[in-house]
Design a protein around this ligand. Sequence first.
Ligand code: MGD
Ligand code: MGD
Ligand code: SF4
Ligand code: MO
Length: 695
Amino acid sequence: MTDTHCPYCSLQCGMTLAPRRARGGAVLEVRARPDFPVNEGALCRKGWTAGGLRGHRERLTTPLVRDRTTGELSAVGWDEALDLVAERITELRTASGDDSVAVFGGGGLTNEKAYLLGKFARVALGTSQIDYNGRWCMSSAASAGNQAFGVDRGLPFPLSDVEQADVVVLVGSNLAETMPPAARHLDRLRERGGRLVVIDPRLTTTGERADHLLQPVPGTDLPVALGLLHLLDAAGALDEDYLAERTTGFDDVRRSVAGWWPERVERVSGIAADDLREVAALLAGSERVMVLTARGAEQHSQGTATVLAWINLALGLGMCGKPFAGYGCLTGQGNGQGGREHGQKSDQLPGYRMIDDPAARAHVAGVWGVDPDSLPGPGRSAYELLDALGADGGPRALLVHGSNIVVSAPNATQVTDRLEALDLLVVADIVMSETAALADVVLPVTQWAEESGTMTNLEGRVILREQAVAPPEGVRSDLDVIAGLASRLGCEASFPLDPEEAFAELALASAGGRADYAGITYDRIRAEQGVFWPCPDAAHPGTPRLFADAFATADGRARALVVDHAGAAEQPDADYPVHLTTGRVLAQYQSGAQTRRITDLVDEGIFVELHPMLAGRIGARDGDQVEVSTRRGALKAPARVVSTIRPDTIFVPFHWVGANRLTNDALDPMSRMPEFKVCAAAIRHVASAQRVGAS
Ligand SMILES: Nc1nc2c(c(=O)[nH]1)N[C@H]1C(S)=C(S)[C@@H](COP(=O)(O)OP(=O)(O)OC[C@H]3O[C@@H](n4cnc5c(=O)[nH]c(N)nc54)[C@H](O)[C@@H]3O)O[C@H]1N2
Ligand SMILES: Nc1nc2c(c(=O)[nH]1)N[C@H]1C(S)=C(S)[C@@H](COP(=O)(O)OP(=O)(O)OC[C@H]3O[C@@H](n4cnc5c(=O)[nH]c(N)nc54)[C@H](O)[C@@H]3O)O[C@H]1N2
Ligand code: SF4
Ligand SMILES: [Mo]
């Protein structure tokens, strides 16, 4: 029996794994850990069934190499596979330079993997071309947090603080389905008499708990925030002492919202002016207001500006740094937080240091034993990197660890074309994902229960996933792959195979950085139910709550920054008259590479959610086949007719191939986040349910 954590989302629920023998092979039984504060004995369906990939017939257990003439993948030994990859990489670097080889990582990788992948790119490959799927997840909130507070940590307080607030405003989060055990905090909040405001174009199971539900047109959360601030200022409800002492720039912000009266917000967002007034009155009369954003607000071409607008609201009310109040972002992937702190991001080095900062380069180069001038500069962001693959001046080889790009990238047809244009695609994965299926070399890696490593959850709590079982024969860890390639490329820097050793090096590299892990060890994590960063030395208790006395800016004050509404990059028109938004369902995780293969999770398949009025207009009933098209692609899927969505909006989950053939690759100028959450679409009826069933 081993105490560890879930393989999936950013809650990183505590679980105990009990391996046992059963008919048909080894089984990994999951039990919830009542002692772990984040989940207190609860798990969601995905957590309970997480053992399902253990011994699965679709587990990859041998490296595969594609035959250049037949195009078929066939099994080879590890040495042959790694020799081949190293040889081709060397050829490409000689012919086209170091930036001809690129790396794509994932926010599901442990801190140790993320750290060593970044080091591998910069030191063994000498490439600037590394980024990761977290760019599609957290980057807008990260950019806003850095600008406003001087630091980016998802929640600057423990998750359980939520229940002690007076009002919680959830902007674009469906946490009852995306992190179900966290919903208990909303329930307890309401039992205490606290109020919940949910902002989402759909009424979700999260929205069902709300005292106030605002259903805006997708992509209009920014004017909603501006309108609320306008009303609060007009009512004299802002905390002037706090603003004077703890912020800079607020006067400009105040002037900038003067024109956002409620009727104007109503015209843009579809939210009734009176509903906005009611919410403003609730906020004005509350001591402790907490604003939490998630992907619904952030995955937009104005995602960063939107988060900044909501931060301005929280600052205006004097909430940031106050107990049980403030602003936070609900991060997403298991290591969504740590994954971006240790060097997978194209512009960052470990410890959340910026790669173009000479002092940061000198520190990290010192730990790595290399010349600071040998470290490359910033590279391309995730989508820009993928879009440049195989193009003139773009990378010719890509190594993928921990992302199923073909399903999850925006404008996925274009991205798939780019992957196909590469000279070399190497994918390390557990299963034959849609991206691995395109690879020239597939490397079978261990999954969570088969290796140890740390993750940083949505609260900034560094936790330890302990190995519970031996990996299947033939499978190696990402750490082995990285070290095996580094040595074949003649790199002399250290690439530890032991995660604890890798963590100790990471801690050194992060020392003095914004995300300082220097005082964290595996033993401390075990003894303390995780340790919150920053934790600069062994005697430091860790930092569950940030900003009590000062923000992480040079002068200790938060920056209130003026932002204005420009609207989604693509607006509906006569050809594409509805808004398309995308997101998640409870039983599937991300690209579905893992969860679609778990038999205990029902794979309901892709669907299109639409309002009865829209369904009536196109002549479709529940279950009928409909076609959704955008300027980038089309998708046929069954209609799910629900009165819980705005009549001008349709929703498609992205866990199956298809949704991202439709989505827009417009990027946020600050975070480079793609606009997953809104584009213009057309929808038409294709066939009735009976005919679909019969065919
Ligand atoms: N079951 C499940 N849980 C997961 C994951 C998963 O794949 N499956 N993934 C994990 C990861 S990586 C992440 S990032 C998190 C994401 O967690 P969430 O952000 O909660 O998930 P989403 O479903 O992407 O989006 C949330 C809501 O945003 C709404 N929305 C769409 N457009 C807009 C808009 O313009 N404005 C507003 N206000 N709302 C809008 C959608 O209707 C949706 O209900 O979940 C994590 N947990
Ligand atoms: N339309 C639309 N698209 C979206 C979103 C949306 O809301 N709408 N959300 C975006 C967001 S927030 C995210 S986070 C992304 C996520 O999308 P992806 O980046 O595709 O994430 P996963 O499906 O988790 O992919 C992880 C892959 O790595 C494998 N894997 C798991 N663990 C390991 C490991 O330790 N090592 C290695 N080498 N492989 C491993 C899994 O089997 C899987 O194939 O999708 C984005 N795409
Ligand atoms: S909520 Fe997240 S961490 Fe918890 S069991 Fe579900 S998927 Fe795992
Ligand atoms: Mo995410």
